[in-house]
Design a protein around this ligand. Structure first.
Ligand SMILES: C[S@@+](CC[C@H](N)C(=O)[O-])C[C@H]1O[C@@H](n2cnc3c(N)ncnc32)[C@H](O)[C@@H]1O
Length: 345
């Protein structure tokens, strides 16, 4: 039995465990609505105890609906309500998490709305799904640029002594599967001596990327629509660095894409792969609720993308670090540490 395996629980304990899962799922829907309606923001702006009327009045909401939502948050232990004054409070120290962690809310709402489509995909004779899904996802992702670049991407690159100095001196970089280009543009702004190309399958993503580029007034980045499995022939040995963030597992044939990346890199080029770093064998993820969440999101998003075309390798988000490393080595790369393989949380 692995750590987190529930097979040793007696029937009562297991029943309680399951109840906790569906209770959390229901509360998460309220958290999602609260995030989308600006309720968490309104609450966190309050400097001290606040009333139902304060929040409903500020947002021009019906008090009765607002009360139901606030009561959910009190019952879930997310807010405190005083029995006598009826006022609500939230500890200052909880505010950053309330503002940031609830941002996952829109994903839950959108995934729920797609449940019927995904149910059809299970059927032998059902559809595989459509890559258009990423147009919604990229909209969601587009607000996260600064945070992800500063807290994930640059710290990982700093662990490899050569990357930042080369970017500063001026190299040619491809962001493969660039989505809305938010990372590409922010990085291009930081490293103005380097030139960047962002490529994505989705025309909508490339339009978003170009709009963001224009707003930032950048001239060292270009975006284009393309397929990671078939990169242009004249790109052979054309790039010093290829950067792939949260894309490889979404592809119907990641092995083919890895070979393409190897082809377009110069002999001394560098490949930065950032993937979700759970284990490849689901048994090794047993009891890890973060992995469970990613498997679930994967079924609705990543697996659906990686099954759209032949050969439908279909790894999904939890392809896992062991198998990814094998694939990267198999495509002819040398790995200089696993700093680019991050664990989702
Ligand atoms: C999870 S999103 C990641 C986007 C971006 N790298 C980010 O982290 O915000 C995956 C991206 O891969 C793109 N994609 C999927 N299949 C592709 C393919 N065959 N070639 C190029 N891009 C692809 C999708 O359109 C989507 O923008």
């Amino acid at each position: 039995m692995t750590e987190g395996d529930k097979s040793g629980m007696d029937s009562n304990a297991f029943s309680q465990y399951l109840t906790g899962i569906y209770q959390g799922g229901c509360v998460m829907l309220s958290v999602a609505i609260g995030h989308e309606l600006g309720l968490f923001k309104a609450i966190c702006e309050e400097q001290g105890p606040f009333s139902l009327e304060d929040i409903a009045g500020k947002l021009k909401f019906k008090p009765r609906y607002t009360k139901e939502w606030l009561s959910t948050m009190v019952a879930a232990g997310i807010l405190h309500q005083d029995r006598d004054s009826r006022l609500y409070t939230v500890p200052e120290g909880h505010k950053p998490a309330l503002l940031k962690n609830t941002g996952f809310g829109p994903v839950i709402i959108t995934l729920s709305a797609r449940a019927d489509r995904i149910k059809k995909c299970f059927q032998e004779d059902g559809p595989y799904e459509s890559p258009e899904w990423f147009d919604w996802f990229n909209g969601y992702r587009s607000n996260m640029g600064e945070h992800t670049v500063n807290s994930e991407i640059l710290p990982l690159w700093k662990q490899q002594a050569h990357i930042i100095p080369r970017l500063e001196s001026g190299i040619k970089v491809l962001d493969l599967g660039c989505g809305p280009g938010n990372y590409t543009n922010i990085i291009a702004q930081r490293f103005s001596n380097s030139t960047f190309v962002g490529l994505d399958y989705s025309e909508t993503a490339v339009e978003m990327a170009n709009k963001d580029k224009a707003e930032r007034g950048l001239s060292n980045v270009t975006f284009q629509v393309g397929d990671a499995h078939n990169l242009p022939e004249d790109w052979t040995e054309g790039f010093d660095m290829v950067f792939v963030y949260d894309v490889l597992h979404d592809l119907p044939d990641p092995y083919k894409a890895l070979k393409q990346i190897n082809r377009i890199l110069k002999p001394d080029g560098c490949f930065s792969l950032i993937e979700i770093g759970f284990h490849s064998d689901p048994v090794d993820n047993a009891g890890d609720m973060s992995a469970a969440m990613y498997y679930c999101c994967s079924m609705f998003i990543c697996l659906a993308s990686s099954m759209t075309e032949e050969p439908r390798v279909g790894y999904g988000a939890c392809w896992g670090r062991e198998e990814i490393q094998k694939a990267v080595l198999g495509a002819g790369f040398k790995i200089s540490g696993d700093a680019s393989l991050v664990t989702g949380n």
